[in-house]
Ligand binder design. Structure first.
Ligand SMILES: NC(=O)CC[C@H](N)C(=O)O
Length: 308
């Protein structure tokens, strides 16, 4: 693929346009360890499927990827269990906050999708049922998918969240009561908190998610991660559900499948073209990176490069 867009130049244009704009977001402090991050960080990294790299700012600094990791746990569950998982978690947008309890009561413990907290917890329950050493095996899968052996959990972030994860305890208990959690709740939540604690740089994120830009095969390592059909489905769920009650807005303004996390990271995919990761820790009211969303909106507007 010959790339004719100078993304590097575009990153400079976008970020200098934003210099005068106030970042009105706030950092996630409900996980105490995340509150320690420098709110001014800004990293951008774009990797094309023919392995060209465009970087800006703090793109090689590690941060807590939080819910972005839920795409990788879903990928592993699909790889092991196939379509069976859809009996226990849906593929519809939730239209509510990532940690909402309300819908779950009405819908009898079946979460709307695998990216809201409840859905990701069910995926962790599935992984606990089918992996010998869930934490270790999940990490091995993520290292293989990314081709980066140094990727790791953050003990500090996971344990910090465990101490204050009251809502996640409420969600898992409610689902256990409805029969949609099959294992011990502490074991399931332990995997969930460690999953959310994974740390990566923007550059590493693009490497880890590249398989979704190229039909399930990581074009850099040539490793087949998942079938093309499943890669298509994961991208579809990202488009519809990757930003909670702001998924419509992200599709409307950015026009790419993507996934956010409360660490301020966002990954977005242009199937057949590139994967981009942005990190800016201050979040908007929906728990998505305020500046990250703006950077991606400006990128697809300037380049006219969205899936639509
Ligand atoms: N949206 C997110 O990134 C939320 C993940 C966070 N670990 C939580 O469970 O609240």
């Amino acid at each position: 693929m010959i790339n004719t867009i100078d993304y590097q130049k575009i990153f400079f244009e976008i970020t200098s346009d934003f210099k005068e704009t106030d970042d009105i977001g706030t950092i996630a402090t409900y996980i105490p360890e995340l509150g320690k991050v420098n709110p001014k960080k800004l990293g951008i990294h774009l990797t094309t499927i023919d392995n060209q790299h465009y970087a800006f700012g703090d793109s090689e600094e590690s941060f807590s990827i939080q819910s972005v990791a839920k795409v990788l746990s879903l990928t592993l569950a699909l790889k092991i269990m196939g379509g069976e998982i859809w009996k226990r978690v849906g593929v519809e947008p939730s239209g509510s906050a990532f940690n909402s309890l309300v819908q779950l009561e009405y819908e009898k413990g079946i979460p709307r999708n695998p990216f809201i907290n409840a859905g990701a917890i069910v995926i962790c329950d599935i992984l606990v049922s089918c992996l010998d050493k869930p934490k270790q095996d999940l990490l091995t899968f993520i290292r293989e998918t990314s081709g980066i052996d140094s990727v790791n959990y953050s003990y500090q972030v996971a344990e910090s969240e465990k101490k204050c994860g009251y809502r996640n305890y409420a969600l898992v208990n409610l689902m256990k009561d409805f029969g949609n959690i099959h294992n011990d709740i502490d074991i399931v939540l332990d995997l969930y908190f460690y999953l959310c604690s994974i740390e990566m740089t923007c550059k590493q994120l693009t490497q880890s998610f590249m398989f979704l830009a190229s039909g399930g095969v990581n074009p850099i390592t040539n490793q087949s991660v998942i079938s093309p059909t499943r890669a298509k489905r994961i991208n579809s769920v990202m488009l519809m559900c990757g930003f909670y009650d702001e998924a419509g807005d992200f599709a409307f303004k950015v026009g790419l499948p993507g996934k956010s996390g409360v660490g301020g990271g966002i990954v977005a995919i242009h199937p057949g073209k590139f994967c981009i990761a942005v990190w800016s820790p201050k979040l908007n009211a929906n728990g998505n990176s305020y500046k990250g969303m703006k950077v991606l909106e400006a990128l697809t507007s300037k380049t006219q490069c969205s899936i639509f």
